[in-house]
Design a protein around this ligand. Sequence first.
Ligand code: NDP
Length: 295
Amino acid sequence: MTIIDGKKISTDLKEELKSKVQEFKEKINKVPGLTVIIVGEDPASQVYVRNKAKSCKETGMNSTVIELPAETSQVELLETIERINQDPDVHGILVQQPLPSHIEEYAVTMAIDPKKDVDGFHPENVGQMVLGNLDKCYISCTPYGILELLKRYEIETRGKHCVVVGRSNIVGKPMANLMLQKLKETNCTVTICHSATEDMPSLTRQADILIAAIGRANFITKEMVKPGAVVIDVGINRVEDASKKSGYRLAGDVDYEHVAELSSAITPVPGGVGPMTIAMLLKNTLQSFMRANNL
Ligand code: NDP
């Protein structure tokens, strides 16, 4: 059984990005820039934003964090986005979610210039991705990170049955769509499960590659997994744990302890898919910089 080490792969990837950033700096005296906007004081979001900014700096990219108060109006937020859309030194724009309830997520997604939408949420990027024009879009970071893991671990995907559990716009749907495409690291037969799926175990048990993006701790039990399957766990769930100082620990959507022993490869939580998401965000930012500068 192989433990898919997302921490190591993301570190390797960041090193590769760092040397590319350095190379371009020497060539054209410019570096990629990422601006992250955070509205309000959600503590978990603040941690995510800090981590993104830190990783950005580690690779030599410029990073700006714009912190707006929770009472910022939608109009004010959209004006801020428009200002950054026009800034030639910014190649990637990300608005941290969740947003306060008076701000419509869709309006924010639509306001970001698709060329700087390094989260890959804008319909123009989603549409190009669905069409298979991967050189013309930004792929949303979590599914993109999973592709990178499958590629670097040389996991055989062609013709395999991939079952994705979850159909969110940021993980499940793009993931299933990518696995369906005729790429070297995908080309699967794909099934998507969700909360209305009947007899889900009969479907997940058919999976050669099982991808869980549900948001429920330990939901995928060993009875739901075919022996020898590759198991990718996207879930990040807080589970109460009195032995921890914080009072909780992180658990995936997969019952790792019991599923790991029958799988052929599995991602742990933490240290699997999670670290890849930030690395792919940086990769998308570099890609945007390269496109903007015809590199
Ligand atoms: P959402 O809540 O947006 O989507 C969850 C999906 O799971 C929905 O499609 C839902 O179905 C389905 N689902 C929920 N409960 C059940 C159930 N009992 N049976 C079958 N299907 C069910 O979550 P996200 O996609 O945003 O995130 C999923 C998980 O991944 C979360 O734990 C999140 O924290 C984590 N995550 C991790 C990232 C990383 O970097 N590693 C990045 C993003 C997310 P329905 O559509 O019918 O409601």
